[in-house]
Design a protein around this ligand. Sequence first.
Ligand SMILES: Cc1cc2nc3c(=O)[nH]c(=O)nc-3n(C[C@H](O)[C@H](O)[C@H](O)COP(=O)(O)OP(=O)(O)OC[C@H]3O[C@@H](n4cnc5c(N)ncnc54)[C@H](O)[C@@H]3O)c2cc1C
Length: 427
Amino acid sequence: MKKVVIAGAGLTGLAAAEFLKRKKIDTVLVEKEARPGGLCRSEYDNEFFFDYTGHLLHFRNENWKKFIERELRIPLRRNIRKSSIYLFGRLIPYPFQYNLAWLPPREKQKCLDDFLSASGKAENSASFHNWAKNSFGGEMYRIFFKPYNEKLWKYDLRKLTTGWMGRFVPRPDRKLVVEGAKRKNAGKATGYNHIFYYPQQGGIGALPKALANGKKILTGSDILEVDALKKEIIVGKNKIKYDSLISTIPLPALAEKIRGIRGISEKGKKLKWVGVYNINIVFRANLKKFGHWIYFPEDKFEFYRIGILSNFASLPKGYSSIYIEISYRQKKPDVDIDSILKFFKLEKSRIEIVKKLDIPCAYVIYTSDREKLAAEMLEAFREKDIISVGRYGGWKYSTMEEALEDGLRASEEIVKKLKSSRRPLVC
Ligand SMILES: Cc1cc2nc3c(=O)[nH]c(=O)nc-3n(C[C@H](O)[C@H](O)[C@H](O)COP(=O)(O)OP(=O)(O)OC[C@H]3O[C@@H](n4cnc5c(N)ncnc54)[C@H](O)[C@@H]3O)c2cc1C
C-alpha cells in the first residue's frame, strides 16, 4: 500500500493535498502548530483578526484568482495600491524611483543626475549592492535602497545576490524616472503589486481554512526526525511510515532532522535567513490617510515597514489596525511603541489591542552559495522520495500564488510516480 505524507500544513502542503485529493489520492498532513495554515494563518481576538504581517494577493496567472474565488469560494476585494516611503519627514509615493518630484529640490536633482549617469551599467551584476547602485544611481541607493534593504536583510548587501529580485525589484524605466522627477504622480500604476486582492471577509486565513476542509491533518505534531532509509517520520513517540514525502518545512530544519543522507546537515547549516517580528496594534482612531503600507528606510525607526490592515480589510467601524515589521537574525527585537505612536500622532490611550507574532524563518537570504546548496539538497532528498517544496522547502523568495503552484507541481510529481508504480494507492 502506498502512503503519501505531507510535512507542514501551510499553503503549499494544503494545496498539494487538495490537488492529490482531486486525483483520488489521500494524504496525511503532519503539522506542528495547533492549526493549519502556516504563515497564511490569521489569529483572532474577538471581532478583530491579525495576519502574520500583510499577506496580499497579486496574481501573475489569473487562473489562481479564479481558483480562490470560484473553487475555494472566497470573495476577494480588489485594491489599487496606495503605499509610500517615509523620508525627509514626508510621505513619498511608492515606487520611490518614479516619484522623485516629491523629494526636497536638492535631493531630487542629485537623485536624477546620479541616475542618468549610472543607468544602463547594471547588466550581469551578481551583487545587490552593485546592481542597485548602478541601476538607480548613487543617491537613490544611498537614501533609500541601501538603508531599506540593510534593515530588511540584516546582511551585507555586497554579498547579497540579485536572485530574489525578479519582478519584485525591476530594472528602472528611464522615461518614468525622468517623468516622475518632473511631475508628481507619474509612476502610479507600476510594479507587480499595483493591484492587489484580499479576502472580503476575515483575514488571509480564509485560504488555508478552505483548503484544509476535508483533509486529514495531524496538528500539534512536531516532526522530530525523518528516517530516509526506513521511510518514516518521528513525531513524539509515534512513527509514521510513508512511501512518498512532500516536505514544506524549512530546508535547514529538514536537513537537521533527516537520517540516512550523508553530508546533508552540514549543507543545511550553511543556509541563512532572517526572522520577522510582527507587532499588530488596534487603535481607536482613523488612519485612512496613511494608505495601505509605508516603508521606513531611516535608521531612527527600527521597523522597516508598517501596513494598515484596516485600509484593505473589513474590520469593526471606528478602529484602525496596523502591522509593524522588524527583521532580526538572532535575537528577537524589543519594540519601541512610543515611536509608532509619535509617527501616527496618537496617544497611548487610543490603543485597544497589541498582538505580537513571531516569524522565526521569514526571508531566505540569497547568499552566493544558496542556489547551489539548495539544488544539491533538493536533489539528494528527491533521490530518497522526498519532494521538498514551497517558500521554505524550496528555499526561495516566493508568494502565496507560487505556494499554490508549488503544491500543484508536487502533486503532479507524485501522481506521475505513482502511475509508474504497480502497487495500489491507499493512505
Ligand atoms: C513577512 C512576510 C510577508 C509576506 N507577504 C506576502 C504577501 O503579501 N503576498 C504573498 O503572496 N506572499 C507573502 N508572503 C509569502 C507567503 O507567506 C508564503 O509564500 C507562503 O505562506 C508559503 O507557504 P508554505 O506552505 O510554503 O510555508 P509555511 O506557511 O511556512 O508552511 C510550512 C508549515 O510547516 C510547518 N512546520 C514547520 N516545521 C515543522 C515540523 N518540524 N513539524 C511539523 N510541521 C512543521 C509550519 O508550522 C507551517 O505550517 C510573505 C511572507 C513573509 C515572511
